[in-house]
Design a protein around this ligand. Structure first.
Ligand code: KIV
Length: 274
């Protein structure tokens, strides 16, 4: 008898976000930019895969996320969405592709959902983008907000700096988060925010907060996968390195080079005799 086909896992969807918050079950999110890693993360049980515009500084050798284009996001999102069976795929709207108007935001989001297969989109900003969130939500596109340190605005924020420090800034962050949730956002990412401020937002928000450098009180956590897996020599303070994949890959590559040069590879088992 042949083996039964492997069961397709149930897709993680927007109602699971709310349910996780209600039950106090922490959400897991990781960035992914290609099919190879997306398949690994999906099979490992990550709830949400973020095709982040951090593809710019992590994969495309830019200094920041700012140069990333919509076309680049479409290519990366399509690769991730094609192999993902369970995780919700969230695609970032890159700098310059949504800020000008709800209509511009809608046009970009439609490309990522329709051409690339994203299940939701994420963009950076607060109260002033509530109309954008509202239009996308009404159009059937779930939106994840992004507050705190917003990398696309690093030029105006004066670099990578913790946001929401001080009473006034904290109040503004809470108001922004509430405005996004009122407009229909299904979750809000909080990046580089003091833990007590993130806790305040998490307490008042009806939808989950997903933290990155925002302490352990958020409803979920997100990391850039290369930081999580130790691909580079440096990771930000808020990331834990769960592996040293960069070093392991370097060692494997050095061994391969050595074997080829010594004619130790390919061996007979890798060779067609006829
Ligand atoms: O693009 C990205 O990786 C992100 C995370 C930092 C949340 O937006």
């Amino acid at each position: 008898m042949s083996n039964p086909a492997p069961e397709t896992p149930r897709r993680f969807r927007v109602h699971h976000l709310r349910r996780a918050k209600e039950r106090g079950e922490p959400l897991t999110m990781l960035t992914a930019y290609d099919a190879v890693t997306a398949r690994v993360f999906d099979e490992a049980g990550v709830d949400l895969l973020l095709v982040g515009d951090s593809v710019g500084d992590n994969m495309l050798a830019h200094d920041s996320t700012i140069p990333v284009t919509v076309d680049e996001m479409v290519v990366a999102t399509r690769a991730v969405a094609r192999v993902t069976r369970r995780a919700m795929v969230v695609a970032d709207l890159p700098f310059g592709s949504y800020e000008a108007s709800p209509a511009q935001c809608h046009a970009t989001a439609v490309r990522l959902v329709k051409e690339a297969g994203a299940h939701a989109v994420k963009f950076e900003g607060g109260t002033h983008l509530a109309g954008h969130v509202e239009l996308l939500t009404r159009s059937g596109i779930p939106v994840v907000g992004h507050l705190g340190f917003t990398p696309q605005s690093e030029n105006i924020l004066g670099g990578k700096r913790v946001q929401g420090r001080g009473e006034e800034a904290a109040d503004r962050l809470v108001a922004d988060a509430l405005a996004l949730a009122d407009a229909g956002a299904v979750a809000v990412v909080l990046e580089m925010v003091p833990a007590p401020v993130a806790d305040r937002v998490t307490e008042v928000l009806p939808v989950p907060t997903i933290g990155i450098g925002a302490g352990n009180g958020c409803d979920g956590q997100v990391l850039v996968w290369t930081d999580m897996a130790g691909m580079g020599s440096w990771s930000p303070r808020f990331a834990r390195r769960y592996a040293e994949l960069g070093a392991a890959l370097g060692a494997a590559t050095r061994q391969y080079v050595q074997d080829v040069r010594a004619r130790a590879f390919p061996g007979p088992e890798h060779t067609y005799d006829s």
